[in-house]
Design a protein. Sequence first.
Length: 470
Amino acid sequence: MQGRQPYHKPGEDHPDTTDPHSLPYHQLVHHLYNLSETEWFKANWRISLKNRGLRDVHLSSQRMSFNKLASPADLTKVFSSLKQTDFFYSCRMSLIGDVCLITGACGFLGQKIIQLLIEENELAEIRLLDLNINPKLIESLEAIRGQTKITKLEGDIRDIELLKKACQDVSLVIHTASVIDILGAVDKNEMTAVNVTGTQLLLETCLQKNVKYFIYTSSLEVAGPNKMGDSIINGNEDTPPYSCCLKFTYSITKQKAEQITLQTNGKHLHNGEQIVTCSLRPTYIYGEGSKFILQHFDTAIRNGNVLKRTSKKEALVNPVYVGNVAWAHILSAKAMKDLHKVKQIGGHFFFISDDTPHMSYSDFNDVLLKPLGIIVPEKLELPMPLLFFLAFLMEMLQFLLKPFVKYTPSMNRQLLIMLNTHFTFTYAKAQKAFGYTPRYRWTEAKTTTSEWLSSVLSERCELVKKMKTH
């Protein structure tokens, strides 16, 4: 460019132009100054700045006049508001300008993640991928999206052409989509195809389409409980895995999908960069919109406002509020861009919990449903050995009827084990790696969930009444 001569600090070689991520502050400034006008406005440079969390730089680089940069000092003025030498190391990572794909977008967790992403007020676009997308959800998001574009993509996670379209120009994928079943209602092959093969296809597409960051929503159940019901108390990521295998098909498929995700970390994208992947393992998720809580609610209404106890009081678990799980996804997505943190995140899994009190599943249901007049008895209806025997009979009935009719039992032995095993985990590793702390306290989460249940009470009563008459 006429009038601009390359600048070099006395005694300093020309900085490496191939890896801006490795340059300290003064070299970055000199390097950017030495770029040609064409190079300066290449999208990959703006992305490089954005991925380092340089929000002010990203915005300013599109507004300032290239012709007015007479020296590196002029370029330095662009960064002056940050007032730090190696500013990008301490600057909070940002999602500004990102295009994010959310699979399972209409699900319980997916909707909450989208809500928090919109609140960040930084993303260029959020793409929603799900089998069926509720028009009412799109309407509600359009009302709050601000400058963020909302795009809906309906289809199967196994549709390769759909995945290619969904991942085009995407920088971040949050993969929450999966088939959840612990009662044997879903065919094993179908669950494996969606949960495992679907994840594999999505990751392969990410590599082809240069998607830099990938977060997989795993499950506590990849850690157990095992079929022996061995307890884990305040476990963490270093707790030795069980010697016994997992029982649920759901747990097995989630474990395989998580392994594929973590093994993909560091693989080369089509453009030569490396993908960063991680997996989040939330404990039992509760909150407004939970289908599991609604199922318990409906069962209690059908049973005269009584929900039978299915877990012993001493079988403590630590549920986690949906808003805090969504928040963990946001924080991990930002931290992936921090050069100092990426090695602590990429290729790792993290347990996600919060300050919800440790209690049994039945006692937790009691806390949430009691304000609505639902009673959970203090004791099990039958001795545990007898409950196991009845569960076994239901499993056998399901097996015998399978060739003729679809029968889904309300209980099985592995579910009884899960409900009656002391199984708790801490979030210390997530806190250390990407600064996760609960955004919503227990009192707020409990109140919000109870208020939601109260708001749907009449609707659920009417629904149960209609089901009885048919």
